[in-house]
Design a protein around this ligand. Structure first.
Ligand code: HEM
Length: 379
């Protein structure tokens, strides 16, 4: 079981204000590089529908990463199914929408920059007898996965991100309380960004490499991440053999990752955010980025340029289990399946990883005036 226990359903509210510092995604948030550093003091996501092209979207997708994440997965009460289940869930999502909006108004300063991002799992639509979003299907199994069912799946998934983990915890407590008997806690997982030795900039993972350098820009997110106002979230809890990796010489580590450890830039040179040309060869015909390196294998050049937005965190559940909480948003989870299949069979980094938890969620369009979360799905 995860180290952090589930919040009991009858947990008392510690505050009268339902949710402290919440910032529900009533916004089209800015995506400079979504995996960039936490920007303390930067304005939080605003509300409204943003410029032109789209309606209301949830925050926590293209929002710059806050310092901590708390993921909550819930299962629909087996006693409620079909139309009565849809009604019960509608009530919960309505209560969550109100509570989050109320708190956002109550805490306009957004000190903790909390965002709440709500999605539904692949088994939920059939349970409710509603039509499923086109690409919402269970992920296939992948070679090398060692999945613990107690850390996988869920009918409703919530990603809470904040610069202060207490704020996320309080919000989690409130949401779980409002979920009543309809949604039962299934698993939860917290994560963090390790302090960056070089101050700001792209946060590093527990292997010591910058993680998030090659993320899509805001414009590219329009094409590859959003599908109208929805998106999909892939969650993978990936145990890392940190000590074994740390024992390797730095140049060997770089060969395995396919980027430079110090700058995050491509191996042949260049700035951090320069794209890696995985097909470039030396005059002697050797790949400049090893073909079995992580970047060599997962590069979007192999996917006709299709991109995912990685917004990962590290996790540490005791001294023997630490790793990457891989969180990635994309308009079609088939991209994840393709990339993960390549990674499982060709990527040298896979020798240092073991995936123990996995989930997929359809991230609902954002709530707007008179339109709570889930309105389209449960209409
Ligand atoms: C096992 C844990 C993992 C670690 C430690 C890791 C680490 C990294 C690092 C250090 C980079 C280079 C910097 C960057 O662009 O962020 C990177 C890039 C990337 N990773 Fe991972 N990653 C992991 C798992 C995954 C998984 C499971 C996927 C998807 C199946 C994935 C997809 C990508 C993609 C698409 C890129 C950008 C490649 C490019 O176009 O340059 N990673 N990862």
């Amino acid at each position: 079981m995860p180290k952090a226990t589930n919040v009991p359903i009858d947990a008392p509210l510690r505050r009268r204000v339902l949710i402290a510092g919440a910032g529900l995604g009533l916004t089209a948030t800015a995506c400079t590089r979504a995996a960039g550093p936490p920007h303390r003091g930067a304005p939080g996501p605003g509300s409204g529908s943003g410029p032109g092209r789209h309606g209301v979207r949830q925050a926590g997708v293209t929002t710059p990463r806050q310092a901590t994440v708390l993921l909550l997965a819930y299962d629909l009460d087996p006693a409620v199914r079909g139309a009565s289940g849809a009604r019960a869930l509608k009530e919960v999502l309505g209560a969550w929408t109100d509570a989050l909006a109320e708190t956002r108004e109550a805490d306009a300063s957004q000190e903790a920059r909390l965002t709440a991002t709500v999605g539904v799992g692949p088994l939920l639509p059939a349970r409710l007898g509603v039509s499923a979003p086109a690409a919402l299907r269970e992920l296939p199994s992948f070679p090398g996965d060692r999945l613990d069912p107690a850390r996988c799946g869920g009918d409703v998934l919530v990603q809470l991100c904040a610069d202060d983990s207490d704020t996320a915890e309080e919000t989690a407590e409130s949401l779980t309380r409002l979920a009543g008997e309809t949604l039962r806690p299934r698993w939860r997982q917290s994560g963090f960004l390790p302090p960056s030795p070089d101050g700001g900039g792209t946060p590093r993972d527990l292997l010591g490499f910058k993680n998030g350098s090659a993320n899509p820009s805001l414009e590219e997110c329009e094409r590859w991440v959003w599908s109208d106002d929805a998106t999909y979230l892939v969650v993978r809890r990936i145990h890392l053999r940190v000590e074994d990796f740390a024992r390797l010489a730095p140049h060997r580590q770089e060969e395995i990752v396919g980027r430079r450890r110090s700058t995050g830039g491509p191996l042949p040179g260049g700035p951090e955010h320069a794209e890696v040309d995985v097909f470039a060869k030396s005059p002697k015909g050797r790949y400049l980025t090893p073909a079995r390196s992580h970047v060599g294998v997962v590069s979007s050049r192999h996917d006709d340029g299709a991109r995912m937005l990685r917004r990962g965190y590290s996790y540490a559940d005791g001294p023997t289990d630490q790793g990457l909480l891989f969180l990635a948003f994309m308009r079609d989870p088939a991209l994840f399946t393709r990339v993960q299949r390549r990674m499982a069979t060709r990527d040298e980094l896979s020798g240092f990883t073991e995936t123990r938890g996995s989930a997929l969620a359809y991230v609902l369009p954002g709530a707007g005036p008179g339109r709570p979360l889930g309105a389209e799905l449960l209409a």
